[in-house]
Write a protein that binds this ligand. Sequence first.
Ligand SMILES: [Zn+2]
Length: 144
Amino acid sequence: MTLPPVPEFVTVGVFTNPLDAHLAKGRLEAEGISAHILNEHYIWANWPLSDALGGVKVQVAHHNADGAKKILTAHIAGAYEQDLKQEFPQIEHKACPRCGSEEFESTLPLSYLLLVIFTLGLGIIFPMRQSNHTCLSCGLRWKD
Ligand SMILES: [Zn+2]
């Protein structure tokens, strides 16, 4: 009995955050390209070493690599965000409370940064939610 040939896999995306890798995998699969994720568990176990370990990789079969790279380039550039808004209009979209612009910068509050420094000392790290925002259109600063 002979087994079917195993396809050669190609890395089409590398991410620091495993959640971003899963979003990319989901986009590829939504477009009909089967993908899998490599090195995810090392990164979940030790996030600060993500870049040192080479990040979380998204791979596809060699014959799908060119199409997958085009899809991921569009995905990272935000080309699918409008589709998301149309399909799920009930999802809250953040916007400047003064001018309605969706162009803003988000930063961590100082108290979170102190918490990160403290928890790094204990070897624990977790994703932080950015809650200080500055509108790039009108300059308004707000928190949520
Ligand atoms: Zn504004």
